[in-house]
Design a protein around this ligand. Structure first.
Ligand code: TMP
Length: 384
């Protein structure tokens, strides 16, 4: 599991599962073939804080403001967020005095949301909890989720729940990683246990129709390298924005849902693995040292899929105290504090946290000045 950083004493009992992706012939949804039970992923130890960066805080304050202006204008409106995390979005709704409920099983992060005045129910969102919420609070004008809906394998139960909970003219809005971005950018390290579903506009439209909704809007958002925000409404209640047809046409032209496109993606990812292994093997043969930089969830996918062990990369440094002294799941590379990076500098740094490349390279300019080289591998293996 991508965030299952473990102590050296825990390796014997480590949980494993098969990380494999497939696509559905009927609805074209790309998804993990085997799912890690949700209770093992989201619980009282869950540590991801959505408010972790300025960019996220600004983005979700804007999302909340837009809901307040466009959707929550009638008397006593009600908004439900699936996976509210630390209240990064709902804190703005709470400050506006609007009725709301965050539904999230991860007590570690929702404690922070409550401190911000956010109302929370610590449970998974499904058709049962949705019916209870409806019973207690009445219908919701908006149901929202961000980087949550794609984490739920039981999506049918979620959509049935939304159907029960949503007011007749309400909207279900969710923004999630985009299959198009992953395939185009060869970002195969986005594939890990928490990301169960990989949405495209095509698959979301089929899904919406199956459960009695229309996909009325789909727009790109910049978060996490390029996502899509989808808006669903009960069938026939809202006009469909022209952006939906534009994105559907774009996906069709690219063949995004075609099995051969996905097979080519798989082959290209296989080439990245081969190139990276060859490079690391050559560097080892030349006696050069390589250290990993950053241990994000993505790092487990890369090291396990590419077979990178301590023989090729002796350790990874990461600024997160909770990861230090532990091992990367599966590949068991030790995680050390950032100070270990300069003690002494290695010849090469393998940049696992490539989404933070600019910030990290700025921080580590002494490494570059001393002749150190950075290795990146998305969308291709590069030494710079
Ligand atoms: P993220 O991609 O999920 O935000 O994870 C980035 C990881 O990289 C996280 O574990 C923190 C780590 N990191 C560093 O070690 N040094 C840095 O300068 C930055 C920006 C991140």
């Amino acid at each position: 599991m991508a965030n299952g950083f473990l102590l050296p004493s825990e390796t014997a009992d480590e949980f494993h599962f098969r990380l494999a992706v497939g696509s559905c012939d009927r609805c074209s949804l790309v998804q993990l073939v085997d799912e890690v039970p949700a209770e093992m992923r989201y619980h009282g130890e869950y540590r991801y804080h959505a408010s972790g960066s300025d960019g996220h805080r600004r983005h979700f304050a804007d999302v909340a403001t837009q809901f307040l202006e466009d959707e929550l204008t009638e008397r006593d409106p009600f908004l439900v967020e699936i996976g509210c995390n630390d209240g990064v979005m709902l804190s703005t709704i709470a400050r506006a005095g609007v009725r709301h409920l965050g539904v999230d099983p991860a007590t570690t992060v929702t404690r922070v949301a409550r401190e911000k005045g956010v109302s929370v129910r610590n449970t998974f969102f499904d058709e049962t909890s949705a019916a209870e919420i409806h019973e207690e609070n009445g219908p919701a004008d908006v149901v929202f989720g961000a980087n949550t809906i794609s984490h739920i394998g039981g999506i049918g139960s979620v959509l049935r729940g939304v159907r029960t909970l949503l007011s007749p003219d309400g909207v279900f809005v969710f923004e999630e990683p985009y299959l198009g971005t992953i395939v185009e950018g060869l970002a195969f390290d986005q594939i890990y246990d928490e990301h169960v579903l990989y949405f495209s506009v095509t698959s979301v439209q089929v899904m919406a129709e199956l459960f009695g909704f229309d996909l009325v809007d789909a727009r790109r958002t910049p978060l996490h390298g390029g996502q899509i925000r989808y808006t669903l409404a009960r069938r026939g209640t809202r006009a469909v924005r022209s952006r939906v047809a534009d994105l559907l046409a774009e996906e069709h032209a690219r063949g995004l849902s075609r099995p051969d496109t996905l097979a080519s993606f798989g082959q290209a990812v296989g080439r990245i693995r081969d190139d990276l292994r060859t490079l690391l093997g050559d560097l080892r043969a030349e006696g050069r040292t390589v250290v990993g930089y950053g241990a994000p969830g993505k790092c487990a996918t890369v090291t396990n899929y590419c077979g990178i062990g301590t023989d090729l990369v002796p350790f990874v440094c990461d600024s997160t105290p909770a990861k230090q002294g532990r091992l990367v799941p599966g590949s068991h590379l030790p995680v050390r504090p950032p100070e270990a990076f300069a003690d002494p500098f290695p010849d090469h740094a393998l940049l696992f946290a490539w989404n933070h490349a600019e910030e990290i390279m700025r921080r580590e300019r002494d490494f570059t000045r001393a002749g150190g080289r950075w290795i990146t591998y998305v969308p291709e293996v590069r030494v710079s």
